[in-house]
Design a protein around this ligand. Structure first.
Ligand code: ZN
Length: 46
């Protein structure tokens, strides 16, 4: 899941799975798709 974070008057998009931050929501969502595929954990259900 991608969460929105405001820091220093900038909006960042954080991948909840690994904590990576992106300045573009599109980048974050694109990363999230790959991230989820690589880090599948059946016990982690949001
Ligand atoms: Zn990630």
């Amino acid at each position: 899941m991608v969460t929105e974070t405001t820091r220093d008057d900038m909006t960042w998009y954080e991948c909840e799975s690994c904590g990576l931050m992106f300045d573009s929501e599109e980048d974050a969502r694109q990363h999230e798709r790959n991230c989820d595929e690589e880090n599948q954990d059946p016990s982690y259900i949001q």
